[in-house]
Design a protein around this ligand. Structure first.
Ligand code: AVI
Length: 322
């Protein structure tokens, strides 16, 4: 029988095969986050151009009281469930305040990465010894299905950091519909959306002067080299980002700087690149309030309240089931 890590590796290989055999070529940004990719993303979040994390942090710091009020009604008791928890820095602001209010709540971070969950559990155990925490690793929907019947308290699902932006609008709709299916009538969903703004500000966030975002993209080729035995020469690819205001979407590509062939041992196959051929790497969809309302309605929700930063760069949108 296959181990689960061998299965994961097969899925990775299959996805690479599918992406590099397509026209135009693509690779899935969900594979960005190996150890080095996660480290590079931490660096991105500190870049002067990458406003998203700071904007959402500002919302959490300045609107804590109102967020708490919206979460805790009617009886101060709820289960907080964070999808794709990462390092939990933003959530820590809320947890700290909720504990000080003596709210009766549990915190369940869910992540596909066991490493991320172990790190977060250790960190929060030290930071918040009074916190009742039930971390889970694995598929969001499978875990949420079990949580649906495990407790009859109000559940508040957090999906922060504009993670939804890495889905196409169609995938986002499907994701929210699926979430709706595992939620009860009184549950809430709290989602971080990056908003439309000056296109130059958005483009710079995905094309930083220090080249960290370029490294972040190129690192996926490095990962394919290491894990699937490929021979990508990173010098022969360069990062290129665009923002299309008509679609409200930033997109990242790696461009083959010359005609070349790359061999992937795990697939026992070569892939040909023409000079200047792109590999589509990532979408970062931006939203306006109308798009958010439509998305909520079409997936069975209703916007209850929006929390903005001062620049209105970002919104954390609280949805109730409709
Ligand atoms: C994780 N995600 C919300 C980031 C974004 O802004 O789309 C990933 C990222 N890609 C390049 N920079 C940051």
């Amino acid at each position: 029988m296959q181990t689960s890590s061998a299965t994961k590796q097969n899925t990775f290989a299959e996805d690479v095969l599918k992406g590099l055999s397509s026209e135009p070529k693509f690779l899935s940004s969900k594979y960005f986050y190996d150890d080095e990719g996660s480290r590079l993303f931490q660096e991105i979040m500190k870049l002067p151009e990458y406003y998203l994390t700071r904007a959402e942090f500002e919302i959490f710091e300045t609107r804590t009281k109102e967020i708490f009020k919206a979460f805790a009604a009617p009886d101060n008791s709820f289960d907080l469930i964070e999808l794709g928890a990462g390092d939990g820095t933003k959530t820590a602001v809320l947890i700290d305040y909720f504990l000080k209010q003596n709210a009766d709540f549990t915190y369940s971070p869910i992540d596909i990465s066991q490493e991320a969950i172990d790190f977060l559990t250790e960190k929060f155990k030290n930071e918040f010894p009074r916190l009742s925490m039930k971390a889970k690793t694995g598929d969001y929907f499978r875990i949420l299905k079990t949580l649906k019947t495990e407790s009859n308290r109000r559940k508040i699902l957090l999906f922060l950091g504009s993670n939804i932006g890495n889905f196409s609008p169609e995938q986002a709709l499907e994701f929210f519909r699926h979430l709706r299916g595992v939620m009860n009538e009184n549950d809430l969903l709290f989602v971080g959306f990056d908003l439309q703004k000056d296109p130059r500000v958005i483009l710079n966030a995905y094309d930083d002067a220090q080249g960290v975002t370029a490294e972040f993209n190129l690192n996926l080729l490095r990962r394919i080299n290491r894990e699937l035995g490929a021979n990508f020469d990173l010098e022969k690819f360069s990062h290129y980002a665009i923002y299309r205001p008509t679609e409200c979407a930033a997109r990242s590509f790696l461009i083959s700087r010359e005609q070349q062939s790359v061999f992937v041992e795990a697939l026992n196959q070569s892939f040909d690149f023409k000079a200047w051929e792109p590999i589509f790497m990532e979408i970062s969809q931006k939203y306006n309030l109308e798009m958010i309302e439509d998305l909520a309605r079409e997936s069975g929700f209703q916007v209850a309240e929006n929390f903005f930063d001062e620049n209105r760069y970002f919104v954390d949108s609280l949805w109730r089931v409709s």
